[in-house]
Design a protein around this ligand. Structure first.
Ligand code: SF4
Length: 360
């Protein structure tokens, strides 16, 4: 007797017609790569990997600013994978090897604790991530935060990026990210589906991903494009209202630069004026201006996608190429020695392809 997974695979394969479904979530890529979902469904149903890895889309200029702060004597508190992503002049990890004080933390609370325990030091927390992490960072700033703490904010919002992808990428439908959707709900994707793109909010088990694929396929077959929810055990229409409230008490939407993609309207978060005493760009405006100036005059080692020569992460992040098409993949670039951001994190497409498909 067929189990549910086999039934879904049969359903997907029996109804297979050439379609391209994009996910925008590093955890989806991990499930797809780890369980070889691309190999068990029809080749006609292409699964594309979009910009779902937070450290991959963090602009190099933000990394450069964090390094400049460290070189000016500030303590940088960063997530571990962010430390390994190269900016235009090396990574935070390189800067730590050069002797600067850069500490790995698991949350903003760890960074606040460092600040409280070390009142003579200036601590800058590198706040990155999508709607999933922004509420926790907002909550921390709404609690008591010491004066020697500030935050370099580089949060991104997913729905505006999906809208841009519908313009630039050949895609027929989306698997929307489960984690982000627990916070924002399903309704913010309406603006994407109204452009004619089926969207299914999808969880992270193999069964979830197969169900999401079958539901996108079903919408395409029946000529519909709407937002459906295949992750209703965690996601509802309106999302986590408390988390959204905290997020927008502290942050405001801004136009934001995504590494490998460029500026996207209203796709990022910045601290509101009421919290400017914690905004590293405001507190250390002189260092920020200097870092911006240095970036302008050092474009020789940079390009508009902020990728090193030979690295095609910009194409990977927009599904215009796959990791195996990169000449550096598995040669000069590996998880041990990442050349581009997509090879650094557990959520990076190149990382997952290397870990689960390379040499197999
Ligand atoms: Fe960039 Fe490495 Fe991926 Fe190539 S394999 S696109 S160099 S991260």
């Amino acid at each position: 007797m067929e189990n549910i997974e086999q039934k879904l695979i049969s359903r997907i394969n029996e109804h297979a017609a050439p379609i391209r479904i994009m996910h925008v979530c590093g955890t989806h890529e991990r499930t797809i790569s780890k369980y070889a979902i691309r190999d068990i469904i029809s080749k006609d149903v292409q699964l594309l990997s979009g910009p779902g890895c937070p450290v991959c889309v963090t602009p190099a200029e933000d990394i450069d600013f964090a390094i400049s702060l460290a070189k000016s004597g500030k303590v940088i508190a960063s997530f571990g994978d962010m430390m390994r992503v190269p900016g235009t002049r090396g990574s935070l990890f390189d800067a730590r090897s050069d002797g600067y004080d850069i500490r790995m933390v698991y949350s903003i609370d760890d960074a606040v604790k460092i600040a409280k325990d070390n009142p003579t030091l200036d601590i800058v927390f590198f706040g990155i991530g999508f709607e999933t992490t922004a509420p926790a960072n907002a909550a921390a700033l709404l609690r008591e935060v010491p004066e020697n703490f500030s935050m370099l904010t580089s949060h991104k919002l997913m729905p505006p990026a999906m809208e841009i992808l519908t313009e630039d990428t050949i895609v027929d439908g989306f698997l929307a990210p489960g984690h982000v959707s627990t916070i924002i709900g399903t309704y913010p994707y309406n603006s994407v589906s109204e452009r004619g793109f089926p969207i299914v909010v999808t969880g992270f088990e193999v069964l979830d991903v197969l169900l999401g694929i079958a539901m996108v396929q079903n919408q395409i077959e029946s000529g519909r494009s709407c937002v459906e929810n295949a992750y209703s055990r965690c996601v509802n229409v309106e999302g986590n209202l408390k988390a959204q409230e905290m997020m927008y008490l502290v942050f405001k939407k801004i136009d934001s630069k995504w590494r490998g993609i460029g500026m996207i309207e209203k796709s990022g978060l910045a601290l509101k004026k009421e919290f400017e005493q914690f905004d590293a760009v405001n507190v250390y405006a002189d260092i920020y201006e200097k870092a911006q100036h240095e970036k302008k005059v050092s474009d020789i080692d940079n390009n508009q996608n902020e990728m090193w020569e030979g690295c095609i992460c910009a194409e990977i992040l927009t599904a215009r190429a796959q990791p195996a098409q990169c000449p550096l993949f598995g040669k000069r670039c590996s998880p041990k020695n990442p050349v581009g951001p997509c090879m650094v994190s557990l959520e990076g497409t190149c990382y997952n392809w290397y870990k689960y498909t390379h040499n197999k």
